[in-house]
Design a binder for this molecule. Sequence first.
Ligand code: MG
Length: 237
Amino acid sequence: MGGTTGAGRPAAFFDLDGTLLSVNSGRLWLDRERRHGRVSALQTARAVGFLVGYHFGVVDIVDAMRQALQTIQGEREETLREWTRVWFESEVVPRHEAPGARPAVEAHRARGHALVLLTSSSPYESELATRYFGLDGFRCTRYELGPDGRFTGDLVLPLCYGEGKVHHAEAYAADHGLDLDRSYFYTDSNTDLPMLRRVPHPRVVKPDIRLRWEARRRGWPILDWSRADEPVLLARG
Ligand SMILES: [Mg+2]
């Protein structure tokens, strides 16, 4: 796989849901929407079905996310940013921070690596998670805004998902002078295989069954960040 890399410094890329966080925060957001009466129980059940399918990469993710975005169509960006902040600070962290995440982040920081969140979640959650974990920046999925500053209900493509994560990581690396060919990527999900294959130091965190199998087959390190004392595996150099 080619790429736009040069002699920049290495980066450590981190997935968010199920990796830095011990939960899928998309599911926590759905709970919140339902409590606020914005999503019916039936819609929630369907959305949870999407989340499960999404995790295993078996649904049309663009369709599923467009459907989910109907709940915020016509809202102002600032409104969603504020809702997300209140929710993130009261329901997501620190309760659902994966115990092994911070030691790994700090080990990479100590080595001078760039620290980058690479997630399919929203820019609003990504900003908060980036600040919370003390990362340098993020790439994520973005929601289209109309000229009136309100969400159109559509997505900006490519999503930061599957192959799209490679696209976003390469764009971030080009913008910040980073070298993907010396970089790390941490994730829990089989849908992230393209990005795991893109870097020389893939790290699989509490993986789903298919990713566990793939990691064993390829000899990739498997970590368990539900433990705070999980060793951090940094390459020499
Ligand atoms: Mg994940």
